[in-house]
Each structure stands twice: as structure tokens, then as C-alpha cells.
Design a protein around this ligand. Structure first.
Ligand SMILES: Cc1ncc(COP(=O)(O)O)c(C=O)c1O
Length: 396
């Protein structure tokens, strides 16, 4: 049977890392996958995570199965982090949160939930978006389509195109939004734009699904939740898919959460029963360790403050690299203006490099960038910035 199984195409992002690993050039640079690296080129375990692990090791947790929806202490803390400690959503108990294996797992839970409960629903996503978004919903059999997001000429949000597209969607359509640090463009709506988007979604009875993978990497932990909080103030129902991969640097532990905000507590309980059904049939119940690390940090005010500082350090490093990248490109003679890179938010920059230029960088310079021209600023390093920018200028 297996002899006739066709070769699947490599994943556009993780497949690039596989090719990078095989490259024998010692000067190779990987700007594909979104992973934070420090000045020494490593992805560190946060000090707060190390401290939490020490405490957990001392407490010698039992390894009995968790409930289907996982660690409820973690879930309550994630609701606070997302909506704010004084949010009405928390007090009215109309939100249900389940642990999820990373942001990807959270999105897949949503996709299966939609397929089972709203089989004809369609999910609209930004053009462009993270390449795994359409794959996740396709895999669950959910129909997808695109709304405009990026104006490549002005290098900004295509607000008129977005509003026009949302205004035409039939009620009951789901709209996938990036909570902050839009991947790949790094372009987020302003407060006024979020308010306009939220008002339109509410008026047209559209369901927001917010992918929240980078809380703290844009402008701050609370600041980055602004869009979600505006949506929650306008829309009685929304879904949030959170990831703790980047902001807790727990990539391999697969820590995430899915939150359904419902009209009332009764609906939240019924939704919870359906979400648990989805999880039980997928992976039964989540793992324990990474979630325990996060709840140990968030549940201790001193550790939480130290974690916020560590997130700020990662964010500040990325912003400093953004400025260095744009300035070095100019210094190396780039004729086009890359100043927009300084304004984008999050780990990525949408560089405007074409597929041909990306291929030339890989083939001639061992520099690995995804085909869309998205570069991971978080993967750059001061020591190799000159070589990187010289190579980019040579292919422009
Ligand atoms: C926009 C977006 N959503 C979700 C994820 C998935 O995060 P996780 O690694 O927690 O599954 C990523 C990771 O790169 C992402 O960029």
C-alpha cells in the first residue's frame, strides 16, 4: 500500500529549517522559523521558567491524567492575562478555556468544533496570513477564504479593502484575526481601526476568531491585548487561540489555550461539553509540565513581574535588531527605503523580497527566508548583520 503514497510538499516554514540543517556552509543564516534568539544565537530558557521548574521538581507532581480540558488553574490565569483581571467576561463566567497543545492545537480544536457544530461555516482569513492557518482549517474540512489585509504600495493595512470585504460577509461567517504582531506583515490595526473592525463584526453578526500567538512581543503584555479587549467589548461571542510558545519561550512544551467567550454561562457550559468532545477524540487530554510552568509563573506576583521583564527584554532586542537591519541595509547601499521595517511589530518583517530574490539568497548566500519574503527579525544577530545586508543588497 505504501509504495504508491505520493511525496507531500515540504512545509513552507519548517521544511526550510530541514533544508537549513542540511546546508554545510558554516556561515548559513536561518530567518525562516519564528524563534527568538539572543546575542549568542541561542534560544534561552527563561529564568522564570527555570525557577518554576525548580519549584515543581520540589513538589514532585503526580503524573495522573489531567481532565480533558486540562489544568484549570492555568486556564483561569490565561483568561486574566488575555482579558484583564477586571474583565466582565471573567466575573460573569461566560468564557470557557481549555488547555491546548500550543496555538496550533488551539486552532485545530476550533476548526473541529466549527466543523461539528456549524458544518457550513466558512472561515475568512487575512491575505497574507501564517501559512498553517488555511492548512489547519482545510484539514478539519472547514471552508476558508481570504479578506484583504496588506497594501504593498503604501506598506500599511489595507483598511478600506478590509472593511469592504467584511461588510459583504454573510452573518455567521467566522473571521480569523491576529491579536497582535500580524504574521507575516507585522502590521496591526490602531485602536481606532480595531474599534471600527469590532463594531462591524458585531453589527454583521460575524464570529471573531483571534489567533494570539505573540502577546508581549508587540508593545507590551496588556497593550498587545488591546484588540481582543475591544472585540470583547463589542462582540458577545468570540474565540481566542493563545500560544505560550514565544512569550514563555516554551516552544517544545506545546503550551496554549483556547477560549470561547459566550453570551452567558449556560451557553459556555454547553460549548465546553462540545470542545471536550473534540479534545477527547483528538488527544484525550493535554500534557502537564509546560502548563504547570506557566501557571507557577503567572500565579506568583514576583515571578510574574520578573517574567514581564524577560518578555520586555526579548521585545526590546527584536526592536533594536529591526532598527539595525533597516539602517544596515541603507548603509550597504540599498536603493529602496526599508524604513517601514522599524514600524512593523513582532518577530517578523515583511521585507518585500520576491520569490526569485529569496531563492538567490538561499542558493548563493546560504540565507534561508520563506518564499513570501517574510524574514524572522528575532532570528537575526548583530555579528552577521553586515553579511546578511550585503547579500540582500546584492540580490535586490
Ligand atoms: C500566527 C501564529 N499562530 C500560531 C502559531 C503557533 O504557535 P504554536 O507554536 O504555539 O503552535 C504561530 C507560530 O509560529 C504563529 O505564527
Amino acid at each position: 500500500m505504501f509504495e504508491d503514497v505520493p511525496q507531500a510538499p515540504a512545509d513552507p516554514i519548517l521544511g526550510l529549517t530541514e533544508a537549513f540543517k542540511k546546508d554545510s556552509n558554516p556561515a548559513k543564516i536561518n530567518l525562516g522559523v519564528g524563534v527568538f534568539t539572543d546575542a549568542s544565537g541561542k534560544t534561552p530558557l527563561l529564568d522564570t521558567a527555570k525557577e518554576a521548574e525548580k519549584r515543581l521538581a520540589g513538589a514532585a507532581q503526580s503524573r495522573v491524567y489531567l481532565p480533558i480540558d486540562g489544568d484549570q488553574k492555568f486556564c483561569a490565569l490565561m483568561q486574566k492575562l488575555t482579558f484583564g483581571a477586571d474583565s466582565e467576561v471573567l466575573f460573569t463566567r461566560r468564557a470557557f478555556t481549555a488547555c491546548a497543545p500550543g496555538g496550533t492545537g488551539a486552532l485545530r480544536i476550533v476548526a473541529d468544533f466549527l466543523k461539528q457544530n456549524f458544518p457550513s461555516a466558512k472561515v475568512w482569513m487575512s491575505n497574507p496570513t501564517w501559512p498553517n492557518h488555511p492548512q489547519i482549517f482545510d484539514a478539519a474540512g472547514v471552508r476558508t477564504d481570504r479578506y484583504p489585509w496588506f497594501d504593498p504600495v503604501a506598506n500599511k493595512l489595507d483598511m478600506p479593502g478590509l472593511i469592504e470585504a467584511l461588510s459583504k460577509l454573510p452573518a455567521g461567517s467566522a473571521v480569523l484575526l491576529h491579536g497582535c504582531c500580524h504574521n507575516p506583515t507585522g502590521i496591526d490595526p490602531t485602536v481606532e481601526e480595531w474599534t471600527q473592525i469590532a463594531g462591524l463584526l458585531a453589527a454583521r453578526k460575524l464570529l471573531p476568531i483571534v489567533d494570539f500567538a505573540y502577546q508581549g512581543f508587540g508593545t507590551g503584555i496588556d497593550e498587545d491585548a488591546t484588540g481582543i479587549r475591544i472585540l470583547a467589548a463589542h462582540c458577545r461571542e468570540l474565540i481566542v487561540c493563545s500560544s505560550c510558545s514565544k512569550n514563555f519561550s516554551l516552544y517544545a512544551d506545546r503550551v496554549g489555550a483556547v477560549t470561547f467567550v459566550c453570551n452567558d454561562e449556560n451557553s459556555a457550559q454547553r460549548v465546553a461539553s462540545q470542545v471536550k468532545r473534540v479534545i477527547r477524540a483528538n488527544y484525550s487530554n493535554p500534557p502537564q509540565h509546560g502548563f504547570a510552568i506557566v501557571s507557577t509563573i503567572l500565579g506568583d506576583s514576583a515571578l510574574c513581574a520578573a517574567w514581564e521583564k524577560e518578555v520586555a527584554d526579548m521585545r526590546n532586542r527584536i526592536n533594536a535588531l529591526r532598527a539595525l537591519f533597516a539602517d544596515t541595509l541603507a548603509a550597504k547601499g540599498a536603493k529602496q527605503d526599508f524604513g517601514f521595517i522599524k514600524k512593523q511589530l513582532g518577530m517578523f518583517s515583511f521585507s518585500g523580497l520576491s520569490k526569485e530574490q529569496v531563492d538567490a539568497l538561499r542558493d548563493q548566500h546560504a540565507i534561508y527566508i520563506v518564499g513570501s519574503g517574510r524574514v524572522s527579525v528575532a532570528g537575526m544577530n548583530e555579528k552577521t548583520m553586515d553579511r546578511l545586508c550585503e547579500a540582500i543588497v546584492s540580490v535586490l
